[in-house]
Design a protein around this ligand. Structure first.
Ligand code: BTN
Length: 259
């Protein structure tokens, strides 16, 4: 059970709590089809049976221990070609909040994973409903590992692991919603350069040489930034190449193959 947050102006004021559901993103999208939930509506559950992640992956989260929720936004002011800014806003809000709370620097791993100490602590899944060339509803789904201590994935962590203390889910939710709202207002006010700059300043591995995989090819390169469509810019053998989210992945040191 969650309470309506007192520290936001519109995020979470309409709160839909279900003890269990397939996926809060799917439920939020269904609500948008059936009715017209107000902007800022929050759909939250203690247990997802079919939590969805990026690239068709599943999102696993131990029941009652973490935050799994979706927000309904209506950014009619935003051109569809600028939709990456929604990912920028969301990633930055989570990153800032986690850094402040845990006193440990969190990074945004492009396009929108949040890492602390090289481990993934949060994931974002943004899904859109469009009408013509405008957004009608955007569902921003967030999974944040809060109190879970053991994971199937060796690359996952949680706030309680990082901080060494069990966290109050309601308080974490409230803090996060306040950061999200503040960043969303920046977007609404047109502060896009500031948002891009902040995003780049917290981007994992920026200006560092890393190994990537694109298709079957493995190569090293240096991330130099992200373009306006949200494509990753990587300097490979002296020239800048851009990659979409499905076109490139990081290769972990133990997976690097040498010819
Ligand atoms: C990822 O990193 O792959 C994205 C994970 C997103 C998970 C959240 S949990 C709440 C919302 N509902 C879903 O089914 N997915 C998102």
């Amino acid at each position: 059970m969650y309470k309506i947050p007192a520290n936001t102006l519109f995020l979470g004021k309409n709160l839909v709590f279900v003890p269990e559901c397939h996926s809060t993103n799917s439920l939020a999208l269904e609500l948008c089809q059936q009715s017209c939930p107000p902007e800022g509506s929050l759909v939250i559950t203690g247990r997802q049976t079919e939590g969805r992640g990026q690239r068709g992956n599943a999102w696993e989260s131990a029941p009652g221990q973490n935050l799994t929720f979706s927000l309904i936004l209506k950014p009619s002011f935003l051109a569809i070609k600028n939709q990456f800014l929604l990912s920028v806003v969301t990633s930055l809000a989570i990153r800032d909040y986690l850094t402040e709370l845990s006193k440990t620097r969190a990074y945004i791993k492009w396009p929108n994973d949040i890492l602390i100490n090289e481990f993934k602590i949060s994931g974002i899944l943004i899904e859109n409903q469009l009408m013509g060339d405008r957004f009608t509803n955007v569902v921003v789904g967030i999974g944040l590992n809060v109190n879970q201590k053991e994971f199937n994935s060796p690359q996952a962590t949680s706030l309680s692991i990082v901080v060494g203390k069990t966290q109050d889910l309601q308080l974490v939710l409230e803090g996060l919603l306040a950061e999200l709202e503040a960043r969303y207002f920046q977007l609404r006010e047109g502060k896009t350069q500031r948002l891009y700059q902040d995003y780049l300043s917290h981007l994992y591995q920026i200006h560092k040489v890393a190994t990537f995989k694109s298709g079957e090819e493995q190569f090293s390169g240096e991330i130099s930034g992200v373009d306006e469509q949200g494509k990753l810019r990587v300097v490979v053998r002296g020239s800048v190449k851009t990659f979409g989210a499905k076109e490139i992945s990081f290769v972990k040191p133990e997976q690097i193959t040498h010819e």
